[in-house]
Design a protein around this ligand. Structure first.
Ligand code: BDR
Ligand code: CA
Length: 316
């Protein structure tokens, strides 16, 4: 069985990824690393703790990652993030505070420890900035050959970005870290806006969770409805909210959900295109073996599996 670590800026779709990872039979969720992005890093870690406890999985440890990119001195949440995820990251829904606290070990060291322990069975799913993973491979480059696979939510190859015309939010937070990860020889798949904005959820779906009559069903319905309402304002053409982060968790355990192309990629780190994910022209004649970008998704099968897994989990 695969061992999965989520690296999250929790975040509503990050919260949906937690539920997916807990419910997916193909993997054990062995830990969550907190990142900054939708919220500050400490709020991200606290949200993850609260959600895990509500979902009946207080045994999954939560680690704190880095609080900002290596090229900035600090981090503050963008107004658009607060608009989409709520100021508290979970749609202004109040969650019961978890009894447990974050682990003492840093998220970066947890990546390194788990890579040595589980090797090819370890799946890392970052759905926020790539700051923590970049720091881990810098601290211990040997993990590049140990990690089973990295399936990340971020970037945009065939469509425009969602923060600027060329950049997606997660990569935009730390283009330098993302570039280091993309060019590191890690086996990785980019689950970008190309595919995630095709996988949509509506209030018809969340209604089914509310009708379960459980705390988890009700809270997750409230949280996700906030996100659906925000999408009505920011992306009315979609007709639902995008399941960015849970699609990355799903593709990590079932890569057949997406079609990918192999491509040696880079991330622009400077100038007007900083944060853009694109083919690396300096390696255009080198065979691409490690880096894939998803360009198509079996959205019906994914949304169906997603709804089944989450509804079963919330019913417990
Ligand atoms: C990504 O940015 C964050 O706001 C979401 O949680 C998702 O990971 C989408 O661009
Ligand atoms: Ca996220």
């Amino acid at each position: 069985k695969y061992k999965m670590i989520l690296d999250l800026d929790t975040g509503i779709d990050d919260a949906l990824a937690i539920a997916y990872a807990l419910a997916a039979p193909e993997c054990d969720l062995i830990g969550i690393v907190g990142s900054y992005g939708n919220v500050l890093v400490e709020n991200s870690a606290q949200n993850s703790l609260n959600l895990l406890e509500m979902l009946g999985h207080p045994e999954v440890p939560v680690f704190c990652g880095l609080s900002h990119s290596s090229t900035t001195k600090s981090f503050s949440v963008m107004p658009i993030s607060a608009q989409i995820h709520g100021k508290n990251g979970v749609g202004e829904v109040e969650l019961k505070k978890a009894k447990r606290q974050v682990e003492k070990m840093s998220g970066v060291d947890f990546f390194i420890e788990a890579a040595h322990k589980y090797q090819g069975r370890l799946l890392i799913v970052p759905t926020g900035p790539l700051t923590n993973l970049a720091a881990a491979i810098k601290k211990d480059p040997s993990i590049i050959d140990l990690i089973g696979h990295v399936t990340l939510m971020g970037g945009a190859l065939t469509v425009p970005g969602n923060v600027t015309p060329v950049t997606e939010a997660n990569i935009n937070q730390d283009p330098v870290a993302a570039d280091e990860v993309f060019r590191s020889n890690l086996p990785l798949t980019m689950i970008g806006l190309d595919v995630t904005t095709r996988t949509l959820l509506t209030k018809e779906d969340t209604k089914k969770w509310r009708e379960l009559g459980t705390v988890a069903g009700e809270k997750y319905a409230d949280i996700t409805d906030y996100y659906i309402d925000a999408y009505k304002v920011t992306s009315p053409h979609l007709g639902g909210c995008a399941l960015h982060d849970p699609l990355a968790a799903a593709a990590a355990v079932d890569p057949s959900l997406v079609d990918t192309i192999y491509l040696n990629m880079k991330v622009d780190t400077k100038g007007a295109y900083a944060g853009r994910t694109i083919g690396d022209e300096t390696r255009i004649n080198d065979e691409a073996r490690q880096t894939q970008a998803a360009v198509n998704v079996d959205k019906e099968r994914f949304v169906k599996t997603f709804m089944k897994h989450l509804t079963d989990l919330f019913a417990q």
